[in-house]
Structures are given as C-alpha cells and as structure tokens.
Write a protein that binds this ligand. Structure first.
Ligand code: 5GP
Ligand code: MN
Length: 333
C-alpha cells in the first residue's frame, strides 16, 4: 500500500496564487534545506506567473553556488526593488530565525509560514503549513509545486533534491519516508542527473576545510563515559586554518559515527557586535531527544538534529550544556 501524498492546505495555495510580488525567505545561515526550498519556491512561483525574489540574510552559501538560480539572492532588505505584498517564510522554527534585518518588513507585510520543525508557533499571518513529520521543507515545497501543476524538473528539481537529501542525511535518518523517496524517484524519472549533482555537492572541499577538520578531529572530547562527543571550534581554530563557518558543516555528523556516542555536539565560536558567542549543533539517534536540550538555550530543531546560539564562549557553553545533555539518556533509563 502506498502512503498518501499530503494535501496542501487551500489557504496556502490561494495565498501563493493571489499575490503578485512575493519575497521568499528562509532562516539566516542557510543550510541546504533552507536555501534549496527557497530556490524551489521561487522557481515554482515564477512558473505560475508570480514575480518572486529570494532573500537570505546571509546570502547564497558558497557550497550551493553550483545551483542554477531563479534570480539574485538578496541579502539586505534595502536591495529590494519594491515592497513585496507577501513574504513566504521557509524552514524557520520561529520568526526570529529569519534574521534581524527582515523583522521590520515582517511587521508590515502578510506572511506565509511553511516549515517542518517541532514547536513552530504558527507565526504566519496569512497562512501556515507546518508538518513536523516531513523530512524537509523542500518536501513541502515539492507538494506545493505539484498542487500548482508545476513539473519537478531542471533547476527546480535540483534545488528540491539538495534540500531533501541534506535533511534526511542522504536518505538515512528516521525521517526518510516513502513519500520523500518517491519524490526523488519521480524526479529521476523526469531527468534529474544524480551523479552530476552529487559530484557538485560533495567534491568541492577547499584546503582550508580539510585542515580545519584535521585540527578539530584531533581535539574532539569524548565525555560522559563515551556517550558524548564534543567538538569545540574557537575563533582561533577558524583563523589559523583560514576557514569560514561553513567549513565546519558536517563535523558534528561525523562525531555521531563513534561507537557508543549518544549525543554529538559541535560548539563553534563566532563574533557578534564585538562579543564572542557560540553556535551549538546537536545530533542524536532514535529516541534520544536533543531538541529538548536546544530548547533550554532558546534554540530548537528536530528530535535528532537541533541547534541554538548561546552568548558564551565554547568552553563555558560546554560546561553549562553538559548537565542538560546528560538528561537525554538519563530520562530514558
Ligand atoms: P544545525 O545544527 O545544522 O544548525 O541545525 C539542526 C536543526 O536545528 C535544523 O533543523 C535547524 O533548523 C535547527 N536549528 C538550529 N539552530 C536553531 C535555533 O537557533 N533555533 C531553532 N528554533 N532551531 C534551530
Ligand atoms: Mn529543514
């Protein structure tokens, strides 16, 4: 028996059809699902005759530069040619994740909120579609494109594949549903060039990234009798390898490979307004819930992948997080 395709809420489709100048935006520091779903949404809107522009506070990440774009990715609201009449918010567990610079516009313009995070407060003012059971926001956008009779082909299909592949850990996490696999199978049938796409996605490392990974792996801390593996990335680590924050993407997933590890943690320092803060990324498997840990620090995400930003340096953040992390396995025993 095949599981049924989810039905796209009518108010989502009518909001997308009725507005003429739409801004598509996703969370700052975009991951492949945030940016892939943004590009796919813009392609879809353009296909039905809607003037769509993509915004992201941090622009297009370098690792996705191979994708064909439906137009420039704007990174300041000032660069908008005119006021949009709708903002489509994608992959944002809450409104703040869209970034500081977009908040004034969100106060003025109607919003549609399309997402798959737990605890999304349904902040869209015109329509909301939140499905925590969906593998990726890209999956939701795929169903929207289908509902609007837009074929999942070409650059649209590539953006969707990137989104779904990343958020399912390349089709390996518990969120890898038959529906997600079926979408990819349909796109393959429609001409998606998988080997070319995967080559562009994977074989693109810089020397700086390789050096950073080597340095960080050397000093990973194995704590809590092997149940916690933590990678601390200081500003000094990044600077001495000439690495950017994107170069650390993927390290936390490697830590989960260690046998016996229940929680993998990456703490990457960054500077904001002259102060050090840390971006925390948490990963787990099965019933181990790291979303609950991230939520304690004002963040969120999914049961097995969550994050938060904490106003401490990496060392101090580890100290304050450790008791909450212990709770992940203690709660279950
Ligand atoms: P990552 O660790 O790769 O940045 O994020 C893992 C998951 O947690 C993603 O689904 C991401 O959207 C979510 N996430 C990361 N940081 C935050 C945060 O500060 N707030 C919320 N609500 N979710 C986050
Ligand atoms: Mn996502």
């Amino acid at each position: 028996m095949t599981t049924e395709m989810p039905t796209v809420p009518e108010e989502i489709l009518s909001a997308l059809r009725k507005h003429k100048r739409v801004l598509v935006a996703a969370h700052a520091r975009p991951d492949p699902d945030a940016m892939g779903s943004s590009l796919a949404m813009a392609w879809t809107l353009r296909a039905i005759g809607v003037d769509a522009l993509v915004f992201n506070e941090d622009g297009l990440p370098p690792f996705l530069r191979f994708l064909t774009l439906p137009g420039p990715v704007l990174s300041t609201p000032d660069s908008l040619p005119c006021e949009p009449d709708l903002v489509v918010c994608l992959d944002c567990g809450d409104r703040a994740r869209l970034g500081d610079t977009l908040q004034p516009l969100l106060d003025r313009v109607p919003t549609v909120n399309i997402d798959h995070h737990l605890a999304n407060p349904l902040f869209g003012t015109e329509a909301n579609w939140v499905e925590p059971g969906m593998a990726a926001t890209g999956e939701l956008v795929a169903y929207i494109a289908k509902a609007l009779s837009v074929p999942l082909q070409g650059a649209l299909a590539e953006a969707l594949y990137v989104a779904i592949s990343a958020d399912t850990g390349n089709f390996s996490y518990g969120n890898t549903t038959p529906g997600a696999m079926r979408l990819v199978a349909d796109m393959l049938e429609d001409g998606l060039n998988l080997p070319k796409l995967r080559d562009a996605m994977e074989n693109n490392w810089s020397e700086a990234r390789l050096r950073l990974w080597g340095r960080i792996m050397q000093k990973v801390r194995i704590l809590e009798d092997g149940k916690l593996a933590a990678a601390l990335i200081t500003l000094e680590d990044l600077a001495s390898c000439h690495a950017t924050r994107e170069d650390s993407e993927g390290i936390v997933e490697q830590l989960r490979r260690l046998s016996g590890v229940r929680v993998a943690l990456m703490l990457r320092e960054e500077e904001k307004d002259g102060k050090v803060q840390v971006k925390a990324s948490l990963r787990s498997s099965g019933k181990d819930n790291v979303q609950a840990v991230a939520a304690q620090f004002g963040g969120g995400g999914h049961r097995n992948a969550a994050g938060a930003t904490i106003a401490l340096d990496a060392e101090k953040a580890l100290t304050v997080m450790q008791p909450y992390i212990r709770f992940v396995w203690n709660r279950l025993q």
